[in-house]
Design a protein. Sequence first.
Length: 499
Amino acid sequence: DQAQILSGKPTKVWRYAGNLLKGPPNALTASVEGYLGPLMRFVKGQKIRIRLRNDLPEETITHWHGLHVPMLMDGHPMAAIDPGQTYVYEFEMRNRASMYFYHPHTHEATATQVYRGLAGAIIVEDEEERALGLPAGEFEIPLIIQDRSFDDDNRLAYGGDMHTSMFGFYGDRILVNGRPDLRLEVASRAYRLRLLNGSNARIYKLCWDDGTPLTVIGVDGGLLEKPETRPYVMLGPAERVDLFVDFSGRAVGSTLVMRSGRFYGMIPPMAQRMMGSELMVGDDYPLFTARVTRATSDSPKLPEKLSTIRRRRQEEIANPNDPIPIAITMAHMAMLLNGRSYDHEDIQPRERIPVDTAQLIEIFHEHGQMGMGGMGMGGAGMGRMGMMRGHMGGGMGMMGGGMGGGMGMMAMMSMAHPIHLHGQPFEIVGRAFDDGDAEAYASIREGFIDSGLKDTVLVAPGERVRIVKPFDDFKGRFMYHCHNLEHEDAGMMREFLVE
Ligand code: C2O
Ligand code: CU
Ligand code: CU
């Protein structure tokens, strides 16, 4: 399909088309003009049937990110269909109200398929939420943030070299709902802005240009128990944040700009130089603008209490003293989980999980093993390292400089990873900063909303995060992986076998 993204020539895109839309058209569907899939709206308890017909020149499969569905409805890469084929999904909506994400999960082609435009949002509603009277209709605006690059002919351009698969793709134009420089026209009242980071790899530090704090009412898996105020919110790929934004009292004609604020340390400095984007991760740049165009006096109030979250008690956790590890490791220029890359045949003992249990899981960077010896890199490994040195050219100089501080080479390569688990959302029960650049960490640490239910958690360099994740109802294989899509495609993905 063609999409008009920049002015001038249209670009070729792939898209989810069709008659999926439920309810009234809204800001998302109105503004995408051929880029991004339609917004889907469902109600908790609803029985759903979706037919996916593959009109692409390659195989694909769609995953409903964040939804609690049986394995065969989850868009497992093994279920991918060939061009011309159809896959029928049927499931019941078990999720709480929230905004979810749908995108391809094609083996080694998720990043490129999402990049071309295959992505969209799902909004689920439920009774609990409806009773709150939050801003709705035109006052509720889903916003999908992505970064893209264009060539001189306005065509979408994707790097795709070795650095892309190592660090992820970073574009130099920000698109919101498929548009550059998105401007929202708002009334002077409260809005609900529902943001989804639909980027392949880019991490944002959301903040308002005038320093107004953000009022957070929800995250990936639905509403928080009560609103939380933050100077900024960190949003990694696939994460969502639900904001209550009150424009009351703002003059007609005034603007409020959402920016990504300055931060440090989420990606190695040398990677920044190699990735070739003019928009560095951690730079300060605008995302979209809201302009007050009309005055109004009726505006819903922010409820003090939003919801009740079911948390597992200690005795409900199957392994309270023995967390299942998810170690972020790096070897041979590939990012791995627990030292392994994706292999459908290879299920490790700790990846077998009894159904209807809640498990404690610890996600951490495996610094201890990142030394040369621990990585299992003998002479052969060093050979590869030498090769890497060659590839990295000028970048190594900077790295060498940074290594004086006692950090090993692998620690210098450490970056933030948005770790995602399929199936039910999880609680974040601990987040600790073990080691690393404390100053860089200070530029992000107030931006995590760990009090809500999550399906993706950003694990910054030096961090260790503990989650409690239920595996209820469905047996089968459920993936866990890095949602830096280039990392996912490069094998930074594993499966739990729920049995
Ligand atoms: Cu949003 Cu397995 O992915
Ligand atoms: Cu998912
Ligand atoms: Cu990663």
